[in-house]
Ligand binder design. Structure first.
Ligand code: DGL
Length: 266
């Protein structure tokens, strides 16, 4: 089936998930929607994030997608059921795949989750982890300053080190076996996070496990594209030039300005 896969994020961070999807599914085409006009989602209420997420899903469904990935952790945490109720296609969020990967990596040891304020407050990772492994200890830490650091490209140096120490030092006291990067922006800060927490703690991000889950779902439903490799279309709600410039850090390659369209969500 050569219809595209839709991916939605509050901005450009979800490009880390698109990157994993493109690697896992090279024959598929993608429509990526970044709600850059309303970023960040991580500090907004659950009601607002759910409303935005349903609007984004509506815009992608009208583009004829065959499956929708909610790449944003905050939107997955708050809005997965609302989007699943609304959309006529399978919808996959990043929390469950991330929780599964964490439980596999932690070997019953404590799991630490770092995320936005909204994702931590909603407790979605802790619930998802405890559904799989009820006895496992979960500690959580919101790390809101990691989002602008990643967008400014401040992924190393004094500022990044100070912020990482500020957030991660208290977490290390609970001696986690695994640290979940529960936000789309955090994979680009992996280096400084790993350096700060030291060795012996596995770092898990949900991008790869989500890509595997998408592949399994497409296969089970006979929706994989049997034809040639497809491309990616980008939709943003504001500031296409910033998306192209900053987005490359998250995607790991340049974004063609001609493939980016401005849309209005309502
Ligand atoms: N995409 C968001 C997430 O993964 C991070 C940025 C934001 O706060 O909107 O939670």
């Amino acid at each position: 089936m050569n219809q595209p896969i839709g991916i939605f994020d509050s901005g450009m961070g979800g490009l880390t998930v698109l990157r994993a999807l493109r690697r896992q599914l090279p024959n598929e085409s993608f429509v990526y929607l970044g709600d850059t006009a309303r970023l960040p989602y991580g500090t907004k209420s659950g009601e607002t994030v759910s409303r935005y997420a349903v609007q984004a899903a509506a815009a992608l469904v009208t583009r004829g997608i065959k499956l929708l990935v909610i790449a944003c952790n905050t939107a997955s945490a708050y809005a997965l059921p609302a989007v699943q109720d609304f959309a006529v296609v399978p919808v996959i969020g990043v929390i469950d795949p991330g929780a599964r990967a964490a439980v596999a990596a932690a070997a019953q040891g404590p799991i630490a989750v770092i995320a936005t304020e909204g994702t931590v407050k909603g407790g979605a990772y802790a619930r998802a982890i405890r559904t799989i492994a009820p006895a496992i200890e979960v500690v959580q830490q919101p790390c809101p300053l990691f989002v602008p650091l990643a967008e400014e490209g401040l992924t190393k140096g004094d500022i990044a080190e100070a912020v990482a120490r500020h957030y991660l030092a208290p977490l290390c006291e609970s001696r986690p076996r695994c640290l979940v990067l529960g936000c789309t922006h955090f994979p680009v800060l992996k280096g400084i996070i790993a350096q700060t927490i030291g060795t012996g703690i596995a770092l898990v991000d949900s991008a790869e496990t989500t890509a595997l889950m998408v592949e399994t779902t497409l296969r089970e439903r006979n929706l994989l594209n049997g034809g040639a490799a497809g491309g990616t279309t980008y939709l943003v709600t504001d500031a296409a030039d910033r998306f192209v410039r900053v987005g490359q850090t998250f995607l790991g390659e340049s974004i063609d300005t001609g493939s980016v369209e401005i849309v209005d969500l309502q």
